[in-house]
Design a binder for this molecule. Sequence first.
Ligand code: AMP
Ligand code: ZN
Ligand code: FE
Ligand code: FE
Length: 280
Amino acid sequence: MKFADLHLHTQFSDGTFTPQELVLYAQKGGLSCIALTDHDTVEGCAPTAVACAAVRMEFIPGAELTAEHADTEVHVLGYFLDTANEMLLARIAQFQSVRQNRIHEMVAALNKHGVPLKVEAVFALANCKSPGRPHVARALVKEKLIGSLDEAFERFLKKGRPAWVPKTKMSALESMELIHQAGGLAVMAHPGLNRTDEIIPDLVAAGMDGIECFHTKHSTVMSERYLEIAEEYGLLVTGGSDCHGFSKNKPLIGTVRLPYEHVEKLHAARKKLQTTNARK
Ligand code: AMP
Ligand code: ZN
Ligand code: FE
Ligand code: FE
């Protein structure tokens, strides 16, 4: 049996692994195929493709776009993206700049609350175009301003806490269009984590291709329910660990293993999309 992990992060967003480390751990986890889905960036795809090719592992270039629909935050995974697509790159660059500004706002809020974190400390640690809250949390721990990552989120960074800054998000419909015009398939990430069940019908009507049924934060019961939903709407099935490297615990990669038959269905759907895009 072959297995895949289609939800992974590297240092190009808020993961701790380099592409090379990610591929090493993917091999250890017995995977034949991985997809890189960093937040709002495709920068890590080229180096990860090189690292995969060196060990003959299949690689799917992707991204996890932060989006919203009907006041609900939804993460939209794109698979088989053309990482040189100009419209995609231009649009995600805007969201990267929003993320960078947000770091300044979060640090200013922390300072206001008596936490003397310097913005340079966060950027030195993040060193990527798509920084996020985990980088602020790690910088707080590194500078010994707080005891743990959990404490950083609980006290300051989670929704409603003093240094929480909302993110400007793309509409989910736009994110799917952006993915499609870049040759990719659009998949709803971890519906059980973001509680996005209610918006599934709308997104399906707008052309969503698949749903992430298997995820670290999905119970067996949840995964079974999403498999039924996938069947009901004729959606592709994906899954992944959402590994962020060495974050709170040991790396999650290898703990969620998607049977390869689902990747074969993704390939078939991609071919169909290519034919449709060519007719446009
Ligand atoms: P952002 O995209 O900047 O809002 O950050 C979201 C990321 O923060 C998620 O992808 C998780 O990796 C991480 N995260 C969210 N909540 C927590 C938490 N309570 N503890 C640790 N990490 C978290
Ligand atoms: Zn993340
Ligand atoms: Fe996510
Ligand atoms: Fe993720």
